[in-house]
Design a protein around this ligand. Sequence first.
Ligand SMILES: C[C@@](CO)(OP(=O)(O)O)[C@H](O)COP(=O)(O)OP(=O)(O)OC[C@H]1O[C@@H](n2ccc(N)nc2=O)[C@H](O)[C@@H]1O
Ligand SMILES: Nc1ncnc2c1ncn2[C@@H]1O[C@H](COP(=O)(O)OP(=O)(O)O)[C@@H](O)[C@H]1O
Length: 307
Amino acid sequence: MPLDTFAHERPASSAGLFELAPAKINLALHVVGQRADGYHLLESLVTFADMGDELSFCLADEDSLMVSGPFAPALSVGVEVDNLVLRARDLLRDCLLKSSQPAPPVAIHLEKNLPVAAGIGGGSADAAATLRGLLRLWQAEIAEAELLALALKLGADVPMCLKGEALMATGIGEDITPLPELPSLALVLGNPLVGVATPDIFRRLATKDNAPIGQIAAKDWMPLLKTLRNDLEPPARSLVREIDQISNMIGGEGALLTRMSGSGATCFGIFPSADMAQTAAANLCGQKPDWYFQAVQTVGRKSGETS
Ligand SMILES: C[C@@](CO)(OP(=O)(O)O)[C@H](O)COP(=O)(O)OP(=O)(O)OC[C@H]1O[C@@H](n2ccc(N)nc2=O)[C@H](O)[C@@H]1O
Ligand SMILES: Nc1ncnc2c1ncn2[C@@H]1O[C@H](COP(=O)(O)OP(=O)(O)O)[C@@H](O)[C@H]1O
């Protein structure tokens, strides 16, 4: 028997300890420099959706990972060993065994609801949810700084996904300042289902020392967000021509603002209300049934409707 079994069928029961791996949304992303190792220095205003991949964890006789859901097929090639869920499990187990904490075999089920290589951090969110879930399942303890360091080994976005709250990320994405004042927003996410490799987009950047976001002291978030950008948008638009189209389609439904998240190709629109976002997503699905459109509400301070 292989150590990790991998299948796309939903298991008979997905009972077990549950973790949501919410979609990450970069409301703004400024590239402000580059480190000697090639990683880029960012300032990014990040929030998280109320939906995402869904993971469950059960103690078992042997380790396994089962993947189901609409985007499971997108993970089918070569990801049996590379899956960030397995990398997170193995890294955490190694770390716990060093402090003599037990980390017995576990059956993991991943319901892949988020498009893959889409700029909304599905893999990073899965890795973070695995760390959170296994710590609970194994009733293990680890200092927060050590956990964040472990998360960073899995990817620059994994520490922020561990937090799952509105925040400002600096450094390569790992320096996190919570932004509890950021309101909950009604968004529509749209993706043409063209996967984008993050390194390709960073490589195509024309300028790496762009104007920073700087101090945030906002009361009126919409005017502030309109002054901010995603510096990865021009290189992504030049690579994936559908980004123009999807952004215009979301804008045409009455969004107050449209932007791309992360390295793309997912674009989002901010809508005045959850009802308007739901209607817009339904209209967009009707126009392009083969693309991905999803209305979401982001985490954050509840402040009624977006102005
Ligand atoms: C661009 C962002 C914005 O939130 O999101 P996604 O588009 O991936 O969702 C992130 O910075 C992605 O973070 P993550 O996907 O965890 O990146 P990693 O696995 O650590 O790195 C993948 C590759 O992206 C590039 N990279 C990543 C982060 C960064 N600050 N500078 C970089 O240059 C490097 O080429 C690296 O080899
Ligand atoms: N559980 C996972 N979910 C998604 N992608 C994964 C996962 N494990 C490994 N990957 C790999 O990580 C890469 C980035 O995926 P993802 O996190 O979805 O996109 P992005 O970095 O654009 O937000 C993909 O090319 C995929 O092969």
